[in-house]
Design a protein. Structure first.
Length: 256
């Protein structure tokens, strides 16, 4: 069931979004060769706590033989697409591509956002093309969010942006509704024809998150039960914003 948010609920989500945005800024500032992903996680935990908020990811999704997510952020390096677990053993190296995913809860409401950044040295041409195109795909998707649009317009915009750059689109994972739960209806795939699915109406809040690769779309989950890799080992990038449909268009709640 799709849950549209009231004006007062949207205000709480704006605050959650502002906490996420500040956390991203602080963590990205710390990205450098020699830094561990656990150090980045600790920075995020401190920023979220200092804001009086709670992390969305810590303790999420246990059961069915899988451990609950044990960290504040997801940190996914190079061929890792999403859900990488921060660790003292994961040391960032010059030239790495790291995707960082963040969530925070303010008075019961979540916001969710992700970025992909380079570590140290200037990136190679292909890695730079991937990251620029993935962020552009997010921008293209946000641009089609409006009252009266259809949810499949989002995935269509992402796929067309990827095709234009010859990039793979991850199909097994996608965007989602968000509010009192981090993952609510609807699921938003990052591919497919436009003009289909539920109508976008004011009060709808969704997390849009293109995941593109330099190779194919197949994925595999590591033995930790969380980290998702490209099956062919190609580089992946991930960007995300939480956005609300308004009476006149769209508001990005996690804008930095």
């Amino acid at each position: 069931m799709i849950i549209r948010k009231s004006a007062s609920e949207l205000e709480l989500m704006r605050h959650a979004g502002a906490v996420v945005a500040e956390t991203i800024t602080r963590v990205v500032e710390a990205v450098a060769p020699g830094v561990t992903t656990l150090e980045l996680d600790r920075i995020a935990a401190r920023v979220i706590a200092d804001a009086g908020a709670e992390p969305s990811f810590l303790g999420y999704g246990g059961g069915g033989g899988r451990i609950a997510f044990p960290a504040t952020i997801c940190a996914s390096i190079n061929e890792e697409i999403v859900h990488g677990i921060p660790s003292a053993d994961r040391v960032l190296r010059d030239g790495d591509l790291v995707s960082l995913d963040f969530g925070a809860i303010w008075e019961g409401f979540h916001a969710d956002s992700a970025v992909t950044v380079f570590v140290g040295a200037p990136p190679g041409d292909e890695a730079k093309r991937l990251v620029v195109a993935t962020e552009a795909a997010l921008d293209a998707a946000i641009a089609v969010v409006r009252p009266g649009g259809r949810l499949s317009d989002i995935g269509h915009a992402i796929e067309q942006a990827a095709i234009a750059q010859g990039l793979g689109v991850v199909r097994e994972y996608g965007g989602h509704g968000i509010g009192r739960a981090m993952h609510e209806d609807p699921f938003i795939q990052n591919w497919g024809a436009g003009g289909r699915g539920p109508e976008m109406k004011p009060g709808l809040v969704i997390a849009i998150e293109p995941m593109l690769t330099l190779g194919g779309d197949a994925t595999r989950v590591r033995a930790d039960g969380w980290t998702v890799d490209t099956a062919d080992g190609s580089l992946a990038a991930h960007f995300e914003h939480t956005v609300a449909v308004t009476e006149t268009g769209v508001e990005v709640l996690t804008a930095r």
